[in-house]
Write a protein that binds this ligand. Structure first.
Ligand code: HEM
Length: 455
């Protein structure tokens, strides 16, 4: 069945690289205020629909792109009752800061700077994308004005921007591996294993289990279909601590400089070289190219992780064909736990390739905060995002490993580099990434958005 691209918000398919400057406004609505509905209906007029977004020329000509999504508390503020909200999945109803979710995700919401249990509840997020910093600020001003006029307030704002060559702050090419929807518009040339059923992205569609991802129907209206769930996590990156640790722990091989050795070690944590080349294809030396190569597997080429460590970030976040019992089973299983990443870095870039910095006396805290606003879309928060975080990224028993987590985002500790003649084990790595706040949102289709505005 063809997807209704007129109804779906464009962020489902596009990351808007032609609009590199973003701002994310977290909004607290005024419940029962009649102006709230008018604001939602007005937002429906601003939101970029997926059918517009399919045309790159059209996107290039647009000054801006706008999207909107709601937390469960936000849907309640719009007029849905608690009973009605139970039609949504439990993890969404709980919200990211709920104790059970925090356990699954390894979070401490009491320490967050926004979205925590002691902070003003977040009801909605307005995602704004612009071509320049000035246009972004104008856009923010216009939307902040509309929010205020609706009796609501912005309780948190994050600005984010695409860094040169889409690298993240540690210095690695990010956003390469991206699944696509079989019947949807393709955004990238990707490997064949990356084509997914639409229910992995959109509510109310067939998923990778060949079942319909259930859509909440309320008061006789289908609110869920063509919507998608949004994971928002502000992850602070300690760039100097990361590269200091790489410098200190690297063991140069003959004819390798200390800098090259530290880049090789860092690449083994990530699973790719800074330019994006996968370690399974280039295990020994950085080929020094910018690439989006994504058509690779692990089981045959690298069954024991001697080319790309088994516990590296990319291998944990999407193990492809490497999980037991067999390659094909693994591909089927891992296809049910994918994410559509839409995040962007925030904060000042370090300026030059981070591995060339003199990191010995540089302090992450003193230099201003930087990191990644991690945004991911999925049809099921539990089966996709939470599963990846809990069962792969944070699992201390992932794929036969023992007592270690994702070396880049798992909070530090131990990391095993499988190599000949014996493996190398790094211990007591510091934490390189800290969670600062976040929330789960539901990004409705346009018809549902209009309906919500009329409640
Ligand atoms: C500051 C935090 C993070 C940084 C710096 C980071 C960085 C990276 C980089 C450099 C890559 C390789 C490039 C690519 O394949 O796109 C990657 C891949 C990936 N990351 Fe992250 N990441 C972060 C957090 C997360 C989180 C929280 C998740 C999910 C729980 C995640 C899931 C993924 C996935 C699914 C891939 C693709 C793996 C593949 O398909 O091979 N990342 N990340």
């Amino acid at each position: 069945m063809a997807l209704d691209l007129v109804d779906i918000q464009g962020l489902a398919f596009y990351a808007y690289s032609e609009h590199p400057f973003a701002a994310y406004l977290h909004v607290h609505l005024a419940p029962h205020d009649p102006r709230t509905g008018a604001w939602v209906r007005e937002m429906a007029r601003h939101v970029r629909r997926a059918h517009n977004a399919t045309d790159r020329g059209f996107r290039d000509r647009q000054r801006e792109t706008v999207h909107v999504a709601f937390t469960c508390a936000g849907l309640q503020a719009l007029g849905l009752t608690h009973q009605e909200l139970l039609a949504f999945p439990r993890e969404f109803v709980h919200g990211m800061n709920h104790g059970l979710r925090a356990k699954v995700l390894g979070d401490t919401p009491a320490k967050w700077t926004f979205g925590g249990p002691e902070q003003p509840p977040i009801h909605a997020i307005v995602l704004l994308y612009a071509r320049t910093r000035d246009e972004r600020d104008e856009l923010v001003q216009a939307h902040a004005g509309r929010i205020e006029a609706a009796g609501a307030r912005v309780v948190h704002r994050d600005d984010a921007h695409i860094l040169p060559q889409t690298h993240e702050h540690f210095g690695f090419h990010d956003g390469i591996s991206e699944p696509h929807i079989g019947d949807g518009p393709r955004t990238k040339d990707v490997g064949p294993e990356s084509s997914l059923a639409p229910g992995e992205l959109l509510v109310g569609h067939t998923d990778e289990y060949d079942q319909t991802n259930p859509a909440p129907v309320l008061r006789g209206f289908d609110v869920g279909t063509n919507g998608t769930f949004v994971v928002y996590r502000k992850l602070e990156q300690r760039v100097h601590a990361f590269w200091r640790a790489m410098r200190e722990r690297a063991r140069p091989r003959s004819q390798e400089t200390p800098e090259q050795a530290s880049v090789r070690l860092a690449a083994s944590l990530v699973g790719r070289w800074p330019g994006g080349a996968p370690l399974v294809d280039h295990p020994d030396r950085d080929p020094g190219i910018e690439t989006s190569t994504n058509d690779f597997l692990y089981a045959e080429k690298d069954p024991h992780g001697t080319r790309c460590p088994v516990g590296s970030h990319a291998r944990r976040a999407y193990p492809r064909d490497m999980l037991a019992p067999a390659q094909q089973d693994s591909l089927t299983e891992t296809s049910r736990h994918r994410l559509f990443r839409r995040g962007r870095p925030y904060g000042p870039p370090v300026g030059k390739p981070p591995w060339t910095l003199n990191v010995s006396d540089r302090d992450d805290d003193a230099e201003g905060k930087r990191g990644l606003v991690f945004i991911a879309l999925c049809g099921s928060l539990r089966r996709q995002f939470e599963f990846i975080q809990q069962t792969w990224v944070l699992s201390t028993k992932f794929a036969g490993l023992h007592d270690e987590r994702d070396p880049m985002i798992g909070g530090g500790g131990r990391f095993t580099v499988q190599c000949h003649p014996v493996r190398r084990c790094l211990v007591d790595l510091p934490s390189f990434v800290e969670m600062r706040g976040g929330a789960y949102f539901f990004m409705p289709g346009l018809r549902a958005l209009d309906w919500l505005g009329k409640l």
